[in-house]
Design a binder for this molecule. Structure first.
Ligand code: SF4
Length: 55
Protein backbone atom coordinates (compact mmCIF):
# COMPACT_ATOMS: atom_id res chain seq x y z
CA UNK A 1 0.00 0.00 0.00
CA UNK A 2 1.28 3.47 -0.83
CA UNK A 3 1.63 6.07 1.86
CA UNK A 4 1.84 9.85 1.82
CA UNK A 5 5.52 9.65 2.71
CA UNK A 6 6.18 8.07 -0.69
CA UNK A 7 4.25 10.72 -2.58
CA UNK A 8 5.84 13.48 -4.64
CA UNK A 9 3.46 16.01 -3.15
CA UNK A 10 4.42 15.16 0.36
CA UNK A 11 6.40 17.89 2.08
CA UNK A 12 8.21 17.83 5.37
CA UNK A 13 9.41 21.11 6.73
CA UNK A 14 12.17 21.33 9.27
CA UNK A 15 10.46 23.94 11.41
CA UNK A 16 7.06 22.28 11.29
CA UNK A 17 6.37 19.17 13.25
CA UNK A 18 3.51 18.39 10.93
CA UNK A 19 3.95 17.02 7.46
CA UNK A 20 2.18 18.73 4.63
CA UNK A 21 0.49 17.57 1.49
CA UNK A 22 1.44 20.05 -1.22
CA UNK A 23 -1.55 19.08 -3.33
CA UNK A 24 -4.14 19.70 -0.62
CA UNK A 25 -2.11 22.23 1.35
CA UNK A 26 -3.27 20.35 4.36
CA UNK A 27 -1.38 18.61 7.13
CA UNK A 28 -0.84 14.93 6.59
CA UNK A 29 1.30 12.14 7.91
CA UNK A 30 4.05 10.15 6.23
CA UNK A 31 2.34 7.02 7.45
CA UNK A 32 -1.11 7.98 6.23
CA UNK A 33 -2.64 5.91 3.49
CA UNK A 34 -2.18 7.55 0.11
CA UNK A 35 -5.13 9.28 -1.50
CA UNK A 36 -6.27 9.12 -5.14
CA UNK A 37 -3.86 11.91 -6.03
CA UNK A 38 -0.83 9.89 -5.06
CA UNK A 39 2.15 10.51 -7.34
CA UNK A 40 5.10 8.22 -6.90
CA UNK A 41 8.38 9.98 -6.40
CA UNK A 42 10.64 9.79 -9.42
CA UNK A 43 14.29 9.02 -9.24
CA UNK A 44 15.57 11.40 -11.93
CA UNK A 45 19.22 10.63 -11.40
CA UNK A 46 18.68 6.91 -11.82
CA UNK A 47 16.62 7.51 -14.95
CA UNK A 48 19.43 9.62 -16.40
CA UNK A 49 22.00 6.98 -15.60
CA UNK A 50 19.92 4.35 -17.32
CA UNK A 51 19.74 6.48 -20.46
CA UNK A 52 23.49 6.98 -20.58
CA UNK A 53 24.32 3.36 -19.99
CA UNK A 54 22.23 2.34 -23.00
CA UNK A 55 24.19 4.41 -25.51
S1 SF4 B 1 -2.71 13.21 0.61
FE1 SF4 B 1 -2.49 12.30 -1.42
S2 SF4 B 1 -1.47 13.85 -2.66
FE2 SF4 B 1 -1.22 14.42 -0.53
S3 SF4 B 1 0.76 13.57 0.08
FE3 SF4 B 1 -0.81 12.07 0.59
S4 SF4 B 1 -0.94 10.71 -1.18
FE4 SF4 B 1 0.11 12.57 -1.82
Amino acid sequence: MNRCGQCRQFERTAENKKDLCGAWEQPTLATREACDFFLAKKAPRQAEDAKHSQS
